[in-house]
Design a protein around this ligand. Structure first.
Ligand code: ZN
Length: 251
């Protein structure tokens, strides 16, 4: 894609997300005395299983993995995507599997969306996810107002980006999240978000992609990830998969 098209696309993404955050009516009041933290992964690269899930398990907590079936087993230049067997393993180890569309395209129309979500549901069923995914994450964190009825019909929550903690009136179809990504010096400072949610309890959702010694620009190192999980646990946060956090909030 040409540069200018990429820029226009990113501009439309920001505009659509902002419009939803400002105007959407589906708001719930987020009340929690304990700081809640969720660690989530998008796509999902296999290192999120080998390093990410393993790290969470060391602290006896679990995460949410938003799977796009169309990416399954793909080998890219700097990462390999999780196989169907890998998905089944995540599930067996107590993690939550969420939906991230099948095709991993931006959600920009309601028409093709239903068929794509059905296809991902079939994929997830084929890897052993017994009940349909209850939570969704937007590819590229790009939401779309017209897609909301279809998403609302299927999921308890949808996660975007937004670099903020969920507090006060929150739209479950537009949860905010903080990205864990390169450069490493930046990723190491993300403990400040945990300090923030401890000082004023809310729901802090992190998201990342690969967890590798030489991560992509959209991932982090095992050390950084371990440090964040340890910090959250040590500070007394309840670290929960998205679906369990929603249960706890009684939404
Ligand atoms: Zn993605």
């Amino acid at each position: 894609m040409r540069d200018v098209e990429v820029k226009i696309g990113a501009f439309v993404d920001r505009l659509a997300n902002r419009a939803i955050w400002r105007l959407a009516r589906a708001r719930r009041s987020l009340k929690t005395e304990l700081p809640l933290v969720s660690f989530t992964f998008d796509d999902v690269p296999d290192s999120a299983l080998h390093e990410g899930a393993a790290t969470l398990e060391r602290y006896d907590v679990r995460g949410t993995f938003y799977i796009a079936g169309g990416l399954a087993g793909q080998v890219e230049k700097d990462r390999t995507l999780i196989t169907p067997e890998g998905c089944a393993e995540l599930l067996a180890r107590g993690h939550e599997i969420g939906c991230h569309t099948f095709a991993h395209h931006r959600v920009r129309s309601a028409g093709g969306l239903a068929a794509d979500l059905d296809r991902n549901a079939e994929y997830l069923e084929s890897v052993g996810v017994a009940r349909p995914a209850r939570n969704f994450a937007f590819p590229y964190n790009a939401a779309w107002p017209l897609a909301r009825p279809e998403l609302r019909r299927r999921y308890r929550s949808c996660r975007a980006g937004g670099e903020a903690i969920n507090r006060g009136p929150v739209d479950p179809l537009m949860l905010r999240a903080v990205e864990i990504r390169q450069p490493e010096q930046h990723a190491q400072t993300l403990t400040r978000w945990i300090d923030d949610v401890v000082a004023e309890p809310g729901w802090l959702i992190f998201f990342t992609h690969d967890v590798a010694p030489r991560p992509t620009p959209y991932g982090c190192t095992p050390e950084t990830f371990d440090n964040l999980v340890r910090y959250a646990v040590e500070k007394g946060c309840r670290v929960l998969p998205v679906d369990e956090a929603l249960d706890r909030l009684d939404w």
